[in-house]
Design a protein around this ligand. Structure first.
Ligand SMILES: Cc1ncc(COP(=O)(O)O)c(C=O)c1O
Length: 365
């Protein structure tokens, strides 16, 4: 077995297989001469909606915008509250704060790392207006429980699907459960673009129209502005590349699942491994384990040519930028995760031999 360095991620290697098709698309868009909201954006929106099983998809420029624009469609008031998992990536929380709303942290279930539905209702107040579940690491949240709470209290649901392209529960894919599904195509994601790109999925035509207008200066017909909008359009070139990669998303997800099954089978039980359940099709955007000596383990792996990452090193309530609003919301479970979690290599370019090398090294720790 070779003992070369196992990288955590390498976007050049990951995308190499698609380079020729990307070059062809680049030439087509270049020569077509339409660089903003052209046919490639429309085509990708249709294809991605079809892939997710939703009626609509609207491409936007980046993740913060996608999450923010989704919240804007309900005309909430300043100070209204949005429930969000205490261990999410900071973007979910920033979308709430940048809408002048208040993030209310709910702790995750330590078995799944996703928001614990049994802890949501105790945080609901007359000001609660929405829930933003995050399908962390590529596993769907318990959307049946979340949606029944949302229905009972008349709350909007925005799924943060940034890590969950193609993840499903009993055959229904992410992006179908809430009023909106918000997908990141950040280059490292399972469906990664060649730059910043996002999309919102939904099953309601009014929502679709609202987002299409909001992303384009509040205008449906050029130079006629109906609402105060933004400039948050999905880039035409990026949409063309996304259509290429979408054809391989099933293969990417399946490859990552096959690597995850090697980890699940052979990693020794000293490491807390991700939970699996037959109703859930997990897509392992991230394959994490937990260990009480996480930092030592990470150092040891690095010395032995295995690169890892931490998602995420600091819990949102401990972030300097969030102190003023989250300091009064202790999140011991999130902090425990942030102190013990380690993300192992699981890219599309990794082979089972690479993973075997990681496992062999880890099992000697
Ligand atoms: C759960 C979650 N939400 C939001 C984002 C923000 O995505 P982007 O960086 O594409 O804006 C990320 C990015 O990693 C994420 O993981």
């Amino acid at each position: 077995m070779s003992h070369e360095t196992i990288e955590y991620e390498n976007l050049g290697k990951l995308n190499k297989q698609f380079f020729n098709e990307y070059r062809e698309e680049f030439s087509k868009v270049l020569e077509g001469g339409r660089y903003i909201l052209g046919n490639c954006v429309k085509k990708f929106e249709q294809e991605f909606a079809q892939y997710c099983g939703t009626q609509y998809c609207v491409g936007v420029a980046n993740g913060l915008d996608a999450l923010m624009l989704a919240l804007k469609t309900w005309n909430f008031n300043e100070g209204d509250e949005v429930i969000v998992p205490s261990n999410t990536y900071i973007a979910t929380i920033l979308a709430i704060i940048n809408n002048n709303m208040k993030p209310i942290l709910v702790e995750p279930d330590l078995a799944t790392y996703n928001i614990d539905p049994s802890k949501i209702e105790e945080k609901i107040t007359p000001r609660t207006k929405a829930i933003m579940p995050v399908h962390l690491y590529g596993k769907l949240c318990d959307m049946e429980s979340i949606n029944s709470i949302a229905k009972k209290h008349n709350l909007m649901v925005v799924e943060d699907c940034a890590q969950a392209h193609g993840a499903s529960y009993k055959g229904t894919r992410a992006g179908n459960f809430g009023d909106f599904g918000a997908f990141s195509f950040y280059p490292t994601k399972n469906l990664g673009a060649l730059g910043d790109a996002w999309a919102l999925t939904c099953n309601d035509e009014t929502f679709k129209t609202q987002i299409s207008i909001l992303r384009n200066y509040g205008s449906e017909v050029k130079y006629y502005n109906e609402v105060v909008g933004y400039n948050s359009r999905l880039d035409e070139f990026l949409a063309a590349y996304l259509s290429v990669k979408l054809k391989y998303l099933e293969a990417i997800n399946e490859h990552k699942r096959s690597l995850s099954s090697v980890y699940l089978m052979w990693l020794k039980d000293d490491f807390i491994k991700p939970a699996i359940h037959p109703d859930y099709y997990d897509v392992y955007h991230i394959f994490n384990i937990r260990h009480p000596k996480r930092n030592e383990l990470r150092e040891y792996l690095l010395k032995n040519n295995v690169k890892t990452e931490i998602h995420y090193p600091v819990a949102p309530n401990k972030q300097k930028a969030m102190k003023w609003i989250l300091d009064t919301q202790p999140s011991p479970i999130a902090e425990e995760i942030h102190q013990t979690t380690l993300s192992l290599p699981i890219s599309y370019f990794h082979t089972k031999d690479d993973i075997a090398q990681v496992i062999e090294t880890m099992n000697k720790f």
